[in-house]
Ligand binder design. Structure first.
Ligand code: F6R
Length: 607
């Protein structure tokens, strides 16, 4: 959503703030701002657009204490007056999240004489802290008391010109961590922003408030009780968040998939058997007692859930439902305490998925598993079991390596559940594990198709619409292909199970509607071929991602790309890769902002 960086140190922190914002720009990128204390006064600079605009506007500003923000608009259009920091008297505030009672606070503070100059919910936090400071001269205490009045989700950082050597931060619902070093102390929305200065991170809990000076930190709960939080040494390499030789993070992340899968599959190493323990202590008992699976997720993560449903039911024999988190959290459902609730999320902070998980637990469903890429995230912390995908930081807004590593994790879950239900004979187990271990090599071979896919991309540049088809476990892959294309190239794309074509969407097919089909050589191939004939008969142009042995003849209106290996149950992991590459190259041809597509943000920490 939005990104926060704060710093107080013995030297100039402005370059740290700017560099940190650049690392967080994936979280929001419609405007940016910073405020520092210079000569005992707040000096604020804000700019609409990217962090580069702010950097230019900030010029030669230098200071030892400051806060900064990159915004993804929720309340109020992207405009300088709505950009953070927001100031009130001598204080300045940056905020990530949504304050639900901001209208009540706004009218109360207006009555007290405060004048609002923005449309944001954040400005009410600034005035509330300023008002509290009037009766309580201590910034730490004033922020603590003000936070007690906030309803909603927030991570905030605050500075006060009368206490120029400190920053106060607080979190409830939105991520925030501290970075500790000998030369100063820092705070940010995620670790990537602070790797430039330190690896020593302290993850704040919901309801924590912290005061940072150049020489130390103190943390308390909102009721004032002091607490200690452990220091984690981040394993993220600075390289992991650098672009290197790639043009875009999305391209880098697509090509990192062999390594991301290899790292994620280290959980099964060279072993010939799979153990429930890879999902955490207590997994064996919990997984033996469940009678079904409920998957909760959003967007791309939901697509990995839809794919897993095919595996879980066919291989493990476990009934499985997949629910879009934003729907599940508000509908009346029938709870089942023996169900395993699986929350899938790259970021682990997605507000809808977190709320759906809490809702599931509130209905007495305590068997919970997080499949997530961020170990310290809220979703991981709130689940009984966990599997951490080891994709490394995903910066491009369009999810790629997080998706394929989620699929690998979900396949491991399938194997464990099949095993505890005595549905997995040792030779079959061994064979699946070998296939999993071979995946990085197989993915590399698919990535080698890039030049051919690039050539196809040219033909999509002038299209307004596209249809994606798949069958069985490849239908969710068609859904994912359509989502990738629409989010980064802005071409309207829809996905259908190929058998549904004749029930409506066939009416759309003509020479201007490219139809992209995922066509592995599986037991549904013959059915799929008949569906493709229906497209051909209506003059449609087909782009088919087949297997080497899929036996689909090429013609003027049927373009075929053959994947080098047929991969059985795990084929969805290979077949999504050409679709990622296709959308990437179409976006390049169209000249869109691949890593930061319009209107989107990476971690959706608001509802
Ligand atoms: C699409 C995409 C989004 C996310 C969704 C859930 O490319 O990235 O659809 O998958 O916002 O995010 P996480 O997985 O962080 O919960």
């Amino acid at each position: 959503m939005c990104g926060i960086v704060a710093a107080t140190a013995g030297n100039n922190i402005v370059p740290v703030l700017i560099e940190g914002l650049k690392k967080l720009e994936y979280r929001g990128y419609d405007s940016a701002g910073l405020a520092v204390i210079a000569g005992n006064e707040i000096e604020r600079t804000r700019a609409v657009g990217r962090v580069a605009e702010l950097e230019a506007a900030a010029g030669q500003i230098a200071a030892t204490t400051g806060i900064a923000h990159t915004r993804w608009a929720t309340h109020g259009v992207p405009a300088e007056r709505n950009a953070h920091p927001h100031v009130s008297g001598g204080i300045a505030v940056v905020h990530n999240g949504i304050i639900e009672n901001y209208e009540a606070l706004r009218s109360e503070l207006t009555d007290q004489g405060y004048v609002f100059t923005s449309d944001t919910d954040t400005e009410s936090i600034a005035h509330l802290i300023e008002a509290t400071l009037q009766t309580n001269g201590n910034l730490f205490a004033a922020v603590r008391l003000a936070c007690q009045r906030l309803i909603g989700a927030y991570a905030i950082a605050v500075i006060d010109q009368t206490q120029p050597d400190r920053v106060v931060v607080a979190r409830e619902g939105s991520p925030l961590l501290l970075g500790l070093s000998d030369s100063g102390n820092y705070a940010a929305s995620d670790a990537s922003a602070l790797l430039q200065v330190t690896r020593n991170m302290v993850y704040l809990e919901n309801g924590d408030i912290a005061e940072l000076t150049a020489s130390g930190i103190r943390i308390s709960r909102l009721d004032g009780t002091p607490v200690k939080r452990p220091v984690h040494v981040s394993e993220l390499s600075a390289d992991a968040v650098e672009l290197g030789n790639y043009r875009h993070y999305m391209q880098k992340e697509i090509f990192e998939q062999p390594e991301a899968l290899a790292n994620t599959l280290e959980a099964v190493g060279g072993s010939k058997t799979i153990q429930p323990g890879i999902f955490g202590a207590g997994a064996a008992g919990m997984l033996a007692g469940i009678d079904s699976v409920l998957i909760l997720a959003c967007g791309t993560s939901a697509h990995s859930g839809y794919t897993a449903r095919y595996w879980l039911e066919a291989i493990a024999g476990v009934p499985c439902n997949v629910e879009i988190a934003s729907e599940y959290r508000y509908r009346t459902s029938v709870p089942n305490p023996r169900q395993l609730v699986v929350a899938i999320s790259q970021s682990g902070e997605t507000a809808d998925t977190l709320a759906a998980l809490r809702h599931a637990k509130s209905l007495g469903q305590e068997n919970t598993l997080a499949i997530c890429n961020v170990p310290e995230s809220a979703i991981v912390r709130e689940c009984a079991l966990r599997f951490i995908t080891r994709a490394g930081p995903e910066i491009g807004v369009a999810s790629t390596k997080a998706f394929t590593t989620q699929l690998a994790a979900l396949f491991l879950l399938t194997l464990v559940l099949a095993k505890v239900r005595q549905r997995l004979a040792p030779p079959q187990e061994n064979c699946f594990l070998d296939q999993l271990r071979h995946l990085p090599v197989a993915v590399n071979k698919v990535l080698a198709l890039e030049p051919a896919i690039e050539a196809w991309a040219e033909r999509f540049a002038d299209k307004q619409h596209a249809l994606f088809l798949g069958r069985g476990r490849h239908y969710p892959i068609a859904l994912e292909g359509a989502l990738k294309l629409k989010e980064i190239s802005y071409i309207h794309a829809e996905a259908y199970p190929a058998g549904e074509l004749k029930h409506g969407p066939l009416a759309l097919v003509d020479a201007n509607m490219p139809v992209i089909s995922v066509a592995p050589n599986d037991d549904l191939l013959d059915k799929l071929k008949s569906n493709l004939k229906e497209v051909q008969a209506r003059g449609g142009e087909l782009y088919v991602f087949a297997d080497e042995d899929s036996q689909i003849p090429e013609s003027d209106a049927v373009h075929i790309l053959r994947l080098p290996e047929h991969y059985g149950e795990l084929s969805p992991i290979l077949h999504v890769i050409p679709l990622q590459l296709l959308s990437y190259h179409v976006a390049l041809v169209k000249g869109t902002d691949v890593d930061k597509p319009r209107n989107l943000a990476k971690s959706v920490t608001v509802e």
